[in-house]
Design a binder for this molecule. Structure first.
Ligand code: ATP
Ligand code: MG
Length: 378
């Protein structure tokens, strides 16, 4: 989760920020400059909010200390009175921004998001991303994504089947890839099959292979299970699979051996199954559209990826990542653009964000992506 270190003697300020910024941001409190410095070291906050009036240290001296560290987080100065000379000095020392108290959500939120966007770009340039490299493609610092990464680290090494649930475009395939990369099977293949895209008449031969003559034009060929041997088979949109194929699938998972369509030979397979769905499978079971026994087999552990609109903290990180990945590192999102991105409901989730950022990068004729370049599908 994104942590904000608030260094401010004003106790009420701490209470009000805890309330208005929860649950997306975690407030780490320090009431003096000295405790602020200590918290800096042990908490590694992503953003610092620093009061201009501290009881023990001159705020500008503290600012100097914080901004002189290598991966210094952005520091936002806050004060009740607008002392222009102090503000200018703090900006010269390296303060990221200045905000006048009282801190109102309309001004604070975009400022924090912009600071996060800036901080994520520093981390990317310095390659100081935390966590194992296998998770580095799975971008997100929100509390929810951090939790998902922790669960992936915990469950990836075992062989248990994992069901990944979440709306379309939330990153289920990225999660499945990370599970494979962090498992003991990572030297083996990762085979992904979209069950929703294959007609019911072909799904069996696709999964289990076929022998010559099994049906018109059939050739002898291995299916996904054999291809994924000693690796991971990712069955996307498992909720779309027809009931007959579900029976086959369950039998193969239980016996760990397949018989190709039209064949008689039993072929042993050693495959870890990861599935994904954007449907509520429990509802599908209740409606008899999905087999109860298969559901319990694949659902030993469920990882639910929340929609993007419920984790807007990830937007600055993701947006920066997508800009960098299309080679437009010099492009920068303006505050207005970022704000527009975080106000939208993202029905297509991260996939839609990626497309929106790519479009915006093409629309700008200088290096600034502004709100007018952000065009939504709806
Ligand atoms: N956390 C993330 N970090 C980086 N890229 C992401 C993340 N989540 C999603 N993406 C990107 O968004 C796009 C959609 O992700 P993905 O294919 O994993 O979604 P999905 O949940 O499997 O979607 P669907 O239900 O439509 O199959 C991909 O281009 C992926 O790289
Ligand atoms: Mg998918």
């Amino acid at each position: 989760m994104v942590s904000i270190l608030l260094i401010d003697p004003d106790i009420e300020q701490h209470c009000s920020l805890q309330i208005i910024l929860a649950p997306e941001f975690r407030i780490v409190s320090a009431y003096t400059g000295e405790t602020g410095l200590e918290r800096m070291k042990c908490e590694s906050p992503e953003i610092v909010l620093l009061s201009m009036n501290l009881p023990d240290i001159d705020a500008l001296d503290l600012l100097q200390l914080i901004t002189s560290t290598i991966h210094s987080p952005p520091v936002i100065m806050i004060s009740e009175n607008e002392d222009l000379s102090l503000i200018t000095r703090s900006i010269r020392i390296g303060a990221y921004e200045y905000l006048k108290k009282p801190l109102v959500m309309e001004k604070l939120k975009p400022c924090l998001l912009k600071a996060l966007y800036y901080y994520s770009s520093i981390c990317r340039i310095d390659e100081t991303g935390n966590g194992p490299p296998e998770l580095s493609k799975f971008i997100g610092e929100s509390r929810q994504i951090q939790k998902i990464k922790r669960l992936i680290l915990r469950f990836a090494p075992s062989n248990i089947p994992i069901l990944i649930a979440g709306e379309s475009g939330t990153g289920k395939e990225i999660a499945a890839n990370s599970i494979h990369a962090l498992s003991t099977r990572n030297q083996g293949p990762f085979i992904a099959i979209n069950c929703g895209a294959i007609p019911p008449t072909l799904i069996n031969s696709e999964l289990f292979g076929s022998e010559k003559g099994a049906f018109t034009d059939a050739v002898s060929r291995p299916g996904s299970f054999e291809q994924a041997n000693r690796g991971t088979l990712f069955l996307d949109e498992i909720g779309e699979m027809d009931l007959r194929s579900q029976v086959h699938l369950l039998r193969i998972i239980e016996n760990q051996e397949i018989i190709r369509t039209g064949g008689i030979r039993k072929i042993p397979v050693d495959v870890r199954i990861v599935t994904a769905t954007n449907k509520n499978l429990q509802h599908a079971v209740n409606n008899r559209e999905f087999r109860n026994d298969l559901f319990y087999r694949i659902n030993t552990f469920t990882l639910t990826i929340p929609p993007l609109r419920e984790r807007i903290c990830d937007i600055p990180y993701l947006a920066g990542h997508f800009i960098a990945s299309i080679g437009k590192d010099s492009h920068e999102l303006t505050l207005g653009a970022l704000y527009k991105l975080t106000e939208y409901s993202w029905p297509g989730n991260v996939r839609e964000l990626k497309a929106t950022i790519e479009r915006a990068s093409m629309l700008t004729d200088n290096h600034k992506i502004e709100a007018r370049h952000i065009l939504f599908n709806q």
